[in-house]
Design a protein around this ligand. Structure first.
Ligand code: MSP
Ligand code: ZN
Length: 569
C-alpha cells in the first residue's frame, strides 16, 4: 500500500533578532526538524521554513545602545542564528528575515485584504509616553512600584514579587526604562483588527479537525486555553505602533507602523515565498484559501495566543488558507529550573556547541519529547548516561562488534545471513511479536506512527527494544569467539552480515533524529541515502562496505564542563 505524496509546509516560531539562540529555541527547532525529516524519509514533499523576527522596540533600542543601525544588528544576529541552526542540523529550506521585501509586500497585501473585508478600525487611545525620549512605551519599558505590594522596579504588566497583574498606568512612581523619566499619558490614533467579531469563526475552527489525519487542530491543553480565552470574550487587536519604531510603515499613514506581531507570522509566508520563487514552486498552491496542501506550525506555549487567535483570524479575514494544526510544546528547563541568566541556567546554542556534539542533544531531546505541552528538563548527567549507555553502548555497539570482521576477514564484502538468522533480522526490522502479517503493530509502522504524532520519546523506546534484540543476537552468536576459530569463518560471515543489516535497519529508524550519523553510516556502507521503506529490504550478498571507523564519541562530563553563563551583568 503506497500513500500518495503529501505536500506539507512546516514552520518553527521566528526567533527574536535581539539576542542569541538558546537551548529553548534549539529544542523547538529539533522537534520540528525530526518531524520534517521523518516526512521526507517517507517520500513526502515537506518544506520547512523559518526566519528571524526582526521588528519592534527591543531591536531598535538595542541597536541604538550598540551604536549600530537596526539593519546592521539584525544582519549580524541573522548570521549567528543561521550558523547555530545549521550546526544542530536543522534542515530549513529557508531561514529568512521579516525585514525583507517579500514580507513587506505580503504584509501590505494582507492589510489591504483586511481593509477590504472591513476588518480595520481606528480609534484614539491614551498610552504612557516618555517625554524625554519622545516615544510611546511598550509595557516592558515601564517600571515602577507594584500597586498591590509596593515592590520596587516591577514591570508595567505584572509583579514578579507578588504575582499581581495590572496595566502600566496603575504602577506607583512609574519611570521609563529608556530614559528614567516619569512617563505621561498621551493620546494617539491606533489601528485595530476586528478580532472581537471573529469569536464564532475561531470557536468553529478550533473544534474542527485537521483534515489530513483527522487529529485535532490543537492539543487538548491548548484547546482548553482557547476555550478560556473565547469564554472571556475577545477584544479588538491593536496592530499599530507610533514612531519611533523599527518595522513596516502602515500605508496611507505617517509615523504609524505595523506592530511586530502582525508582520511576524506573515514572515512564515514570506520565508516560504522566497524559497518557492527560487525553487519554481507555486506560492498560491500553498497559501490560497482553497489550498489542498498541509500547513503546520511548531510553537512554544507562551505564544499560543498569537497562533490560535490572531493568526487564524487574520488568515481567514484576509482570505488565505488556515493551518491544519498548531503543534505546541512546553518549555525547556535546566536542572528543573527555568532558564535564567541570574541562576546560571541559561545556555546559548553556541555555548553548547563549543563543548558537545549537537547530535547528542538531538538524541537526548528525542528521548524526552512527546506530543503534549509539559515542560522538558535538561540535565547533563542524564544526557551523558543516555548517550553513553544507550546510543553508544547499545546501538553503535552493534556496528563496533560486526563491521570490523567484515573488513578483516572478508575483504569488506557482505555475505548472506544464515537460514536461522533471517528470523532475527526480521525481529529487529518488524518487532519481537511480528507474526509475518502486514499489520499495524509491525514495528516500522508503530515507529512511523509515533514520529508522525511527535511521540519521539515513545519512538526511541520502541527502537531501543529492537536494538536490544540485535544485541541479544550478537551476544548469543559471539562473533569475537567465532573469529578465533578458522573453521568458523563461514558462520562468522553470516553472523556479521546479519548484524550489519540489523544496524542498517536501526539507522533508518533513527535517521530523523541523527541525520549526520546516518550520513556517515551510509558512506561507510557505501549506499545511497536511506529511505523509510528501505527498512524492509537487506543489502545484497557481495556488497562491499568501507573500512570501519568510530561513528560517535562518548560524552565526557569531566573533560567538558556543562556550559552556562554566569549571572548577567
Ligand atoms: N518572535 C516570537 C515568535 C514569532 S512567530 C511568528 C518569539 N520569539 S522567541 O525568540 O521569544 O521564541 C521563539 C520560540 O522559542 C517560541 O516558540 C518560544 O516558545 C520558544 N522558546 C523560547 N524559550 C523557550 C524555552 N525555554 N523552551 C522551549 N521553547 C522556548 O516568541
Ligand atoms: Zn507586587
Amino acid at each position: 500500500m503506497t500513500k500518495a505524496q503529501r505536500k506539507i509546509l512546516v514552520t518553527t516560531a521566528l526567533p527574536y533578532a535581539n539576542g542569541s539562540l538558546h537551548l529553548g529555541h534549539v529544542i523547538e527547532a529539533v522537534q520540528a526538524d525530526i518531524w520534517v525529516r521523518f516526512q521526507r524519509l517517507c517520500g513526502h514533499a515537506c518544506h520547512f521554513v523559518s526566519a528571524d523576527d526582526t521588528h519592534g522596540t527591543p531591536v531598535m533600542l538595542r541597536a541604538e545602545q550598540e551604536g549600530k543601525t537596526p539593519e546592521q544588528l539584525i544582519a549580524e544576529v541573522h548570521r549567528d542564528h543561521a550558523a547555530d541552526l545549521k550546526a544542530f542540523h536543522i534542515d530549513f529550506d529557508n531561514f529568512h528575515t521579516t525585514h525583507a521585501p517579500e514580507n513587506r509586500d505580503l504584509t501590505y497585501d494582507t492589510y489591504r485584504r483586511l481593509q477590504a473585508a472591513g476588518k480595520i478600525k481606528s480609534k484614539v487611545i491614551e498610552q504612557l509616553y516618555d517625554p524625554v525620549r519622545n516615544m510611546f512605551l511598550p509595557d516592558r519599558f515601564v517600571k515602577g512600584q507594584c500597586p498591590k505590594c509596593a515592590a520596587k522596579d516591577q514591570y508595567g504588566d505584572n509583579c514578579e514579587v507578588c504575582g499581581a497583574t495590572y496595566v502600566p498606568s496603575e504602577l506607583i512612581a512609574p519611570y521609563s526604562v529608556v530614559s528614567g523619566a516619569a512617563p505621561v499619558m498621551k493620546p494617539s490614533e491606533h489601528y485595530f483588527f476586528g478580532l472581537s467579531e471573529c469569536a464564532p469563526f475561531l470557536s468553529d475552527w478550533v473544534h474542527g479537525c485537521n483534515a489530513v489525519d483527522g487529529g485535532p487542530r490543537l492539543q487538548a491543553a491548548a484547546a482548553n486555553k482557547m476555550k478560556e480565552w473565547l469564554g472571556g470574550g475577545l477584544k479588538d487587536w491593536d496592530i499599530s505602533r507610533d514612531a519611533p519604531y523599527f518595522g513596516f510603515e502602515i500605508p496611507g499613514t505617517v509615523g504609524k507602523y505595523f506592530y511586530v506581531w502582525l508582520d511576524a507570522p506573515i514572515g512564515y509566508m514570506a520565508s516560504f515565498k522566497h524559497f518557492a520563487d527560487a525553487a519554481g514552486i507555486d506560492f498560491d498552491e500553498y497559501w490560497a484559501a482553497d489550498s489542498t496542501t498541509e500547513l503546520y506550525h511548531f510553537i512554544g506555549k507562551d505564544i499560543l495566543y498569537f497562533h490560535a487567535l490572531f493568526w487564524p483570524a487574520t488568515l481567514h479575514a484576509a482570505g488565505f488558507r488556515l493551518p491544519n494544526a498548531v503543534f505546541t510544546h512546553g518549555f525547556l528547563t535546566v536542572n528543573g529550573q527555568k532558564m535564567s541568566k541570574s541562576r546560571g541556567t541559561f545556555i546559548t546554542a553556541r555555548q553548547y556547541l563549543d563543548h558537545f556534539d549537537p547530535e547528542h542533544l538531538r538524541y537526548y531531546f528525542a528521548t524526552k519529547l512527546n506530543g503534549n505541552i509539559e515542560d522538558i528538563d535538561l540535565n547533563y548527567g542524564d544526557l551523558a548516561s543516555r548517550v553513553n549507555s544507550d546510543l553508544i553502548g547499545k546501538y553503535i555497539n552493534i556496528a563496533s562488534r560486526s563491521f570490523g570482521f567484515i573488513g578483516k576477514y572478508f575483504d569488506g564484502q557482505l555475505g548472506a545471513p544464515g537460514a536461522g538468522d533471517r528470523q532475527w533480522l526480521d525481529k529487529v526490522r518488524f518487532g519481537d511479536s511480528w507474526d509475518g502479517a502486514d499489520a499495524p503493530a509491525r514495528a516500522d509502522r508503530v515507529i512511523a506512527d509515533l514520529y508522525a504524532r511527535r511521540e519521539y520519546s515513545k519512538a526511541m523506546r520502541e527502537i531501543f527494544q529492537l536494538v536490544d534484540i540485535a544485541n541479544f543476537f550478537i551476544n548469543q552468536e559471539k562473533p569475537w569467539e567465532l573469529a578465533k576459530l578458522p573453521q568458523s569463518r563461514a558462520r562468522l560471515h553470516e553472523v556479521c552480515s546479519t548484524a550489519v543489516n540489523m544496524f542498517r535497519v536501526l539507522t533508518i529508524y533513527l535517521k530523523p533524529v541523527l541525520p549526520a550519523l546516518a550520513r556517515n553510516v551510509e558512506a561507510l556502507l557505501q549506499i545511497e541515502a536511506l529511505l523509510w521503506r528501505d527498512a524492509q529490504t537487506d543489502m545484497a550478498a557481495g556488497h562491499g562496505i568501507g573500512e570501519f571507523r568510530r561513528l560517535m564519541e562518548r560524552v565526557d562530563l569531566k573533560e567538558a564542563q556543562p556550559p552556562a553563563v554566569p549571572a548577567a551583568a
